[in-house]
Design a protein around this ligand. Structure first.
Ligand code: NAD
Length: 364
């Protein structure tokens, strides 16, 4: 593959390959954009079948982070990193700290955090090599696991979707299917039960299902049935790509609002959903609670301030849904336009010089 062509196509600023034979580290850091600020995005530790797959993933995910941060109103750009390998086999202190040194070498252009296959404890190790890491333990001044913040944000987006469709944000009595009750899905299901919604959950993991059933008194359905269960709202909270040309025609819900990243298998799925009259709350708009929480950590963390800011996801989602309706576009297009217009409007700020250039003699 022609690497520069591939990077050019997605408009990435920088792609860094990191290698250390001794610890077995093979990582790729992709900085999509620093136009609004340092590129923030988690490190995914995953046993990719091929290096090409790892590159595809990191390019796609880092671009998504630019849009997520911009639409959330943060002064952050978009980046992401992948470490190639099975974390259960390869993860070690040496590997993570070596990786931390590579992150440090970027001087703050890239700030890392948790993602699939990495944990808060891993971030604490990385922190020993670089300050450019977020999502570290509260004892280190961090904000900890962002999942609760993400679940709270998804709830705000879902309420905005409900208000758009039914004229009221209240979810009491609404039937919601939560597909995937891991860290975020479980938190979301708990909020929904508190809101007195009727909740049905699905998960491939029997322990995750048991926890939800025992703690929350929810109904359970099979993973295969989750996307065709008659309900008001479907909340995809497992992996990406589950809304495709196979599942969408079988949906029996009015609203889709969930945490999973990259829910649409391809861009054409947005049109398919709107043609079926299903309102889709764009994933990167409503699952931004985690990144908003982490962004607060960079300026000295306050949970109250972070959660107050996450509440803003309601207004952002409402604006996106209203714009799509007014302009006759899909909600996916409206969300992209919101992010792109903010980047376009603000990038001029960076071109305005406010200090004399280094070494330039002072006036007078
Ligand atoms: P997680 O790994 O804790 O939970 C995922 C759950 O989905 C697990 O319980 C797993 O068993 C289940 N699952 C896997 N395949 C499934 C399938 N086919 N059908 C039903 N369930 C299935 O992950 P998480 O942190 O809760 O994240 C969930 C999604 O939200 C991911 O797509 C993630 O990228 C996205 N997200 C998470 C955060 C966060 O703060 N954790 C932030 C933004 C977006």
């Amino acid at each position: 593959m022609r690497l520069f062509e591939r990077i050019h196509g997605e408009d990435h600023e920088q792609v860094v390959y990191c290698h250390d034979r001794r610890s077995g580290l093979r990582a790729i850091i992709a900085i999509h954009s620093t136009r609004l600020g340092p590129a923030l995005g988690g490190t995914r530790f995953y046993p990719y079948q091929a290096e090409e797959d790892a590159l595809e993933d990191v390019l796609r995910l880092s671009r998504g982070m630019t849009y997520k941060a911009a639409a959330a109103g943060l002064d952050l750009g978009g980046g992401k990193a992948v470490i190639i390998g099975d974390p259960a086999v390869l993860k070690s202190e040496a590997l993570l700290r070596t990786y931390g040194r590579f992150v440090d070498s970027l001087g703050g252009r890239y700030v890392t955090a948790e993602d699939v296959g990495t944990t808060q404890a891993d971030m604490d190790l990385i922190r020993r090599e670089t300050p450019h890491v977020a999502g570290v333990s509260q004892s280190l001044g961090g904000s900890g696991d962002p999942s609760a913040a993400t679940a709270f944000g998804v709830l705000q987006g879902m309420k905005a979707g409900a208000a758009h469709l039914w004229g009221s944000p209240h979810l009491a009595g609404r039937h919601v299917v939560v597909a995937g009750v891991g860290k975020v899905g479980y938190g979301l299901a708990r909020h929904l039960v508190e809101e007195r919604a009727r909740v049905t959950v699905a998960d491939v993991s029997s322990s995750a299902l048991d926890r939800a059933r025992v703690d929350l008194d929810v109904e359970v359905t099979g993973v295969e049935e989750a996307y065709s269960t008659p309900c008001d709202i479907l909340a995809p909270c497992a992996l990406g790509g589950t809304l495709d040309h196979g599942t969408i025609p079988n949906l029996k819900c009015a609203l889709v609002a969930g945490a999973a990243n990259n829910q649409l298998a391809d861009p054409g799925c947005a049109k398919l959903l709107s043609d079926m009259g299903v309102v889709w709350c764009p994933d990167f708009i409503i699952n931004a609670g985690g990144i908003i929480n982490i962004a607060e950590e960079l300026g000295g963390y306050s949970r109250d301030r972070a959660f107050a800011r996450i509440k803003g996801i309601y207004a952002t989602t409402a604006a996106v849904l209203a714009a799509a309706q007014a302009e006759g576009t899909t909600t996916a297009e409206a969300a992209d336009r919101l992010a792109e217009s903010r980047i376009g409007e603000l990038e001029r700020l960076a071109s305005l010089r406010v200090r004399p250039r280094r070494g330039y003699p002072a006036a007078g």
